[in-house]
Design a protein around this ligand. Structure first.
Ligand SMILES: C[S@@+](CC[C@H](N)C(=O)[O-])C[C@H]1O[C@@H](n2cnc3c(N)ncnc32)[C@H](O)[C@@H]1O
Length: 320
């Protein structure tokens, strides 16, 4: 069953965020959520299949091997809410394992309408699973979804793909706290976290030889041109992926290759040569860090599974 609910991001909030982010006198910045329009979501799917991007395959391996272990902890769970489901491909493993126990409602929460459509299509054939998608922001979707839980049903929240790493560390912990506040004691959160690893493995994952990640990054400027009437010349911005060792994160930037002025909605923005727009952060974690952070946010870690080929940890947390 496919039901659609929720509100979409408005053009005016996009315009305002772009104005604020590019109007800064210090580091120019754009929120990473805007990377995911229809084109961006398709490019992200392509990234997950690149040989350099081991993250998705690592999480797939963990879920393939441990879905039954996860399901054993979750016999009362009648609702699965996934924050930022993307295409939902990895989720199939979990839903299949859980649906052995009982029928359930699966609620993907997505800001990208095309990702939500793909997700619903991908999982539509699962018997025992009714799908209720919300096209909205993470926490808004979570509160709308849990408001529909049936009496006696526990909730499992999925936050996969190390999307938690897109937040700075303190906001990440605050985000976990907000998730905790939206659910009940005994509900669970499955949290995927990419671990620290050698830079020879990490950097190419965000700067691949085919240039797909660069295209994904530059699509944000193309989106501004399409939706806000901007006049970015994409050939004058270069994709940069760097590792910030102090913050233990990959940062994606777009570097202006010359001094130039760009017009968006009758406002002009000047970029100096080599000045960058910071578009995304992907924080990396020590092995014990997710459990410690979750504990401070009101969860207890009941299991952690780690992939050895591509250091990645899946953390099963219970709300206390
Ligand atoms: C890094 S991708 C991960 C997708 C998938 N969970 C995976 O593991 O492959 C992040 C997903 O979250 C969605 N997203 C990003 N920011 C969001 C927000 N604030 N609210 C809802 N969805 C968001 C994007 O559209 C995208 O599909």
């Amino acid at each position: 069953m496919l039901i659609r609910d929720g509100a979409i991001q408005t053009v005016s909030s996009f315009a305002e965020d772009v104005r604020n982010g590019l109007g800064q006198s210090r580091q120019k910045e754009l929120p990473s959520k805007y990377l995911y329009d229809d084109v961006g979501s398709a490019l992200f799917e392509a990234i997950t299949r690149l040989p350099e991007y081991g993250l998705t395959r690592a999480e797939e391996r963990i879920l393939r091997q441990h879905s039954d272990d996860i399901a054993e902890h979750l016999t009362a769970h009648g609702m699965v809410v996934e924050l930022g489901s993307g295409s939902g491909q990895k989720t199939r493993q979990i839903l299949e394992a859980l649906a052995h126990h009982k029928s359930m409602t699966y609620c993907p929460i997505e800001i990208s309408s095309s990702a939500l459509v793909s997700c619903e299509r991908e999982l539509d054939d699962l018997a025992q699973v009714s799908i209720l998608g919300f096209e909205t922001e993470y926490l808004d979707g979570l509160s709308k979804a849990v408001a529909r839980r049936k009496p006696g049903d526990a909730v499992l929240v999925l936050f996969l793909g190390s999307s938690i790493g897109n937040f700075d560390r303190e906001p990440a912990e605050e985000f976990l706290r907000r998730i905790r506040q939206a659910i009940e004691p005994g509900d669970m959160l499955l949290l995927g976290t990419d671990l620290e690893k050698p830079l020879t493995q990490l950097i190419p994952a965000y700067d691949d030889s085919l240039g797909v990640t660069g295209t994904f990054n530059r699509n944000l400027l193309a989106r501004i041109n399409r939706e806000l009437g901007g006049d970015f010349d994409l050939s004058r911005f270069q994709h940069v992926a760097l590792y910030n060792a102090r913050e233990r994160r990959i940062e994606m930037h777009l570097r202006s290759t010359e001094t130039q002025t760009v017009c968006i909605e009758r406002a002009n923005f000047t970029f100096l040569c080599d000045e960058t727009i910071w578009t995304e952060s992907c924080h990396k974690f020590g092995r014990n860090e997710p459990a410690e952070m979750a504990k401070r946010a009101g969860f207890k870690c009941v299991e952690q599974w780690v992939d050895v080929e591509w250091p990645f940890a899946e953390n099963l947390l219970v709300a206390v």
